[in-house]
Design a protein around this ligand. Structure first.
Ligand code: TRP
Length: 322
């Protein structure tokens, strides 16, 4: 009888041991982090690189293992990557930008998701209350009021009568900003034209057609547009249209000007949240971090090419890109 029990116990131990092998944690002893990014553009790369460096600065660089995947702008890739992270039973998923975060929360309800640079986490459907995350996701937001950027546009180029909006119809982060921008410019007595693209290949043609009809252009914080700044910059310079954008990187990559947050700080804040979860804190106890401070960013070369002079009071506190 006793022998029978000990055989059963031994069998159970073996089963448990093998079951343990399926769990990534047992494989390397490290905390497994899957990092997913919708596309590689300057700003998202800055966030990711800063975040990884900061994990080391916070003293947990050696204890985590990072598996980074880029979806190359493709929604199907995003879903596949996130589903694989879920079936691999990662300890944590870091999702950079809105489309990645949406794919991550769709793929798992158990694994904590730390999102980064999600413009509006509530309208993106990630949670209901920024202070009290109600699902498995929390993180950082780069929300900047469109009014701030449009006010800057009206100060630098007060003669604008019609403004052109260019954005991607599949990005929730853009649509929420565009709705606010429409209301705001209308309240200021301006007209607008809009073009929504469905993918990267449409951006150039859309830009050419829009730039021909407007006095200035505005792009929200849109991953597709941010990935096509070189072509749009050329189009706008050619037509001498000031192109107001929504991130420092978009200015550095050939946009004209913006009012935006510091994405290095955002990357650090994202790492700080990862550390809290690594140490056992629950997602529900970690409010979303929104960076409030903004700065004016201007591209000096573009200003010269389109023949716009920056008013002194704006130039005094702005950061310039060449
Ligand atoms: N806020 C964007 C989102 O919610 C992501 C993003 C971060 C971004 N930095 C950017 C988009 C710079 C365009 C340009 O998806």
């Amino acid at each position: 009888m006793k022998k029978g029990i000990s055989i059963i116990l031994t069998a159970l131990m073996v089963v448990t041991l093998f079951a343990g092998c399926g769990n990534q944690k047992e494989d390397t002893g490290k905390f497994q982090i899957g990092v997913v990014q919708i596309v590689e553009h300057t700003s998202l790369n800055t966030i990711r690189e800063t975040m990884v460096e900061e994990l080391t600065a916070l003293g947990i660089g050696d204890q985590v293992e990072i598996d980074y995947k880029n979806a190359s702008g493709d929604q199907n890739n995003l879903n596949t990557i996130c589903q694989k992270f879920a079936s691999d039973k990662k300890d944590l998923i870091v999702a950079i930008a809105t489309p990645s975060a949406q794919a991550a929360v769709n793929a798992t309800e158990e694994i904590p998701v730390v999102f980064s640079a999600v413009t509006d986490p509530v309208s993106a459907g990630l949670l209901n209350d920024l202070e009290n995350p109600n699902a498995n996701a929390t993180g950082t937001s780069d929300y900047v009021d469109a009014e701030k950027i449009l006010d800057l546009a009206l100060k630098i180029t007060p003669d604008i009568k019609t403004i052109g909006f260019i954005y991607s119809s599949s990005e929730a982060n853009s649509k929420v900003v565009i709705e606010k921008a429409k209301t705001y410019v209308t309240s200021k007595g301006l007209k607008y034209e809009e073009i929504a693209v469905t993918n990267l290949s449409e951006v150039q043609q859309a830009g050419i057609s829009l730039a021909g009809k407007v006095d200035a252009m505005f792009a929200p914080i849109d991953n597709t547009i941010a990935s096509a700044m070189d072509v749009l910059s050329e189009v706008c310079v050619e037509k001498k249209v000031p192109f107001y954008v929504s991130a420092d990187s978009m200015v550095a990559d050939g946009g004209f000007a913006t009012e935006g947050i510091d994405y290095v700080d955002l990357g650090k804040e994202t790492a700080a949240i990862i550390k809290q979860i690594y140490e056992g804190k629950k997602v529900a106890d970690i409010p979303v971090v929104i960076l409030k401070d903004t700065k004016t960013y201007i591209n000096k070369t573009i200003a010269g090419k389109i023949g716009v002079t920056i008013p002194d009071d704006i130039a005094g506190s702005a950061e310039f890109f060449e």
